[in-house]
Design a protein around this ligand. Structure first.
Ligand code: G6P
Ligand code: MG
Length: 224
């Protein structure tokens, strides 16, 4: 008799037959927002009289807003009080949100929409696991909110990746055990968070930059 149900392991290619949930990082996995973060941080650096290069910006990927600011200050050799830091982070965010008004479906990274749709068609539960406090706004602008059964973001977690909190909460929100979930991540801290949380991990990016993942893809088109 012909098999009617799709073998779910084919959807992930990690040799695990019992994956029922997918947890996605946002920035760098589903959408290219790095350039907007970069523009906003650079504007701040320039206002303080130093430059901030795209290479420097690599250090901020996957890193929380506050920690990003601290790295920027380190680069510029600038020191400030906690309340000045708060003000600076708020200013950066206001510029970033302003840039996000230009965001639309064309900013989705290749394969994102098609893969999310395929997972849904196969009954896989889907959660977002992002450090960004702007995640709901971004999902909305990309028109992909409807794909997600749960959204865990910078507003709901207190411990930044590589702490596994964001993914543990994501799996729990899907009603799944961590070992039945796979995480898609483009940052080293995110891969570490997934492994510490007991999930499988797919690294989206260069293997040498993301040690510890169960599988690597250059983009989600390779998952199709
Ligand atoms: C993601 C990005 C980081 C960003 C962080 C917080 O992890 O990769 O570059 O700093 O989210 O984003 P937010 O939108 O809250 O400033
Ligand atoms: Mg990321």
């Amino acid at each position: 008799m012909q098999e009617m149900t799709h073998n779910k392991s084919d959807l992930f290619g990690i040799g695990s037959m019992d994956i029922q949930g997918a947890l996605f990082d946002l920035d760098g996995v589903l959408v290219d927002t790095a350039k907007y973060h970069y523009l906003a941080w650079k504007r701040l650096a320039n206002a303080w009289g130093f430059d901030f290069t795209e290479t420097d910006n690599e250090r901020l990927k996957g890193v929380s807003r506050v920690r990003s600011l601290e790295i920027l200050l380190e680069i510029g050799g600038v020191s400030m009080t906690d309340s000045q830091k708060e003000e600076a982070a708020a200013l950066k965010n206001s510029w970033y949100v302003e840039y996000l008004t230009a965001l639309d479906e064309t900013a989705l990274l290749p394969g994102s929409w098609e893969y999310l749709q395929r997972l849904r068609e196969h009954g896989i539960r889907i959660a977002l696991g992002s450090a960004s406090k702007n995640a709901p706004l971004i999902l909305d602008r990309l028109n992909i909110t409807g794909f997600f059964d749960a959204v865990i973001d910078g507003n709901t977690v207190s411990k930044a990746k590589p702490d596994p909190e964001v993914f543990i909460k994501g799996a729990a929100a899907l009603g799944l055990a961590p070992e039945h979930c796979v995480v898609f991540e483009d940052s080293l801290a995110g891969i570490e968070a997934a492994k510490r949380g007991g999930m499988k991990a797919v690294g989206v990016g260069r293997p040498e930059l993301l040690p510890g993942a169960d599988r690597y893809v250059a983009s989600l088109t390779e998952m199709l």
